[in-house]
Design a protein around this ligand. Structure first.
Ligand code: MN
Length: 319
């Protein structure tokens, strides 16, 4: 028999605080599981991330002790299911992700996508760009890597090229991308694309010196942002379950604090990517990921805008 306190999130939610969107309607995010790993070329395993994270989320209690905030929605209200992805057809997989995200946006539900490798952010940004326009949102990209690297054997839709593709396809203006936490080693010219296109970034060392504050790097609190969070920004000591770990990352506590600070900004959607349970130790990476998503849900302010609101003269540039 299941102990009464084991899965309280589903039934002990009480009366949720209601967050209102532009038309006075409640904004309820939707969690989409995206089990896709065909953008990786070294260590596979990210397609099992969504199930492992969901499993950990089932055990979370509904109130954050750090903030005293209650999760405003039930699991059932948030659950957008797991996408049924065909691993043998990458084009179809991307189309499926883009359609699911487009449908969520059209329904006024900011999507929070749980990957999967980071290449899933390409079809996600295609959908966001279609909905909001390339100048209608910024991206806060928290990652050990800039993910602006060149094609590999001619293939450019891999997990290390997400933001190169987004810039090349004009899904977002490069100076509306803010990358935080870059570290480790790069080849000669490894950050040339970032610099040449005016993508703003802070290395992990620069960010650490700033006390992991967001304000110096993300100054525009009035604007809309998409959050893309790669779990490898966290140190492998705390998040070993990922395909491309890099020493010198965030602690779990720092990662959670940063998510809470994102509450100062408006989010149009988010993703959490690159959890690969096969490399995990005692499930701690999926456990951390589940807490990150919980804090995103309880601390961040999600907004949903109809494209017409963007066209009608909303702030055109995030910064
Ligand atoms: Mn990444």
């Amino acid at each position: 028999m299941t102990p009464a306190s084991a899965y309280p999130m589903e039934r002990d939610v009480g009366v949720p605080p209601v967050r209102l969107g532009r038309a006075g309607m409640p904004v309820v995010p939707v969690l989409l599981g995206v089990p896709y790993e065909e953008g990786t070329y070294w260590r596979k395993g990210a397609k099992h991330g969504p199930a492992a994270i969901r499993d950990q989320m089932d055990k979370l209690r509904p109130i954050s002790m750090a903030t005293g905030t209650r999760l405003p929605w039930t699991h059932e209200e948030l659950n957008g299911g797991m996408l049924d992805i065909d691993p043998y057809n990458r084009e179809l997989a991307f189309q499926l992700v883009q359609t699911a995200v487009s449908d969520s946006l059209a329904a006024g539900r900011p999507p929070i996508s749980i990957g999967g490798d980071h290449s899933i952010t390409i079809p996600i940004l295609r959908a966001f760009s279609e909905h909001y326009g390339a100048g209608g949102f910024g991206v806060i990209h928290i990652d050990a890597h800039s993910d602006t690297f060149p094609p590999i054997n001619g293939y450019d839709l891999h997990h290390g090229a997400v933001f190169r593709v987004a810039v090349k396809e004009r899904l977002i203006r490069p100076n509306d991308i803010i990358q935080l936490g870059l570290r480790g080693t790069v080849r000669d010219g490894g950050l040339d694309f970032v610099r040449e296109h005016g993508i703003r970034f802070a290395t992990m060392e620069q960010w650490r010196r700033a006390g992991f504050s967001l304000a110096p790097f993300v100054p525009c609190q009035h604007s809309r942002f998409y959050l893309s969070f790669d779990i490898d920004v966290v140190d492998p000591a705390y998040a070993p379950g990922t395909g491309t770990p890099v020493p010198g990352g965030l602690t779990s506590a720092e990662a959670l604090d940063i998510i809470r600070a994102l509450g100062d900004y408006q989010l149009v959607g988010a993703d959490l990517v690159e959890v690969a349970p096969v490399y995990d130790t005692a499930g701690i990476t999926a456990l951390l990921a589940s807490h990150i998503i919980f804090e995103v849900l309880t601390c961040c302010r999600f907004v949903a805008a109809h494209p017409s609101a963007v066209v009608a003269g909303e702030e055109a540039s995030p910064c």
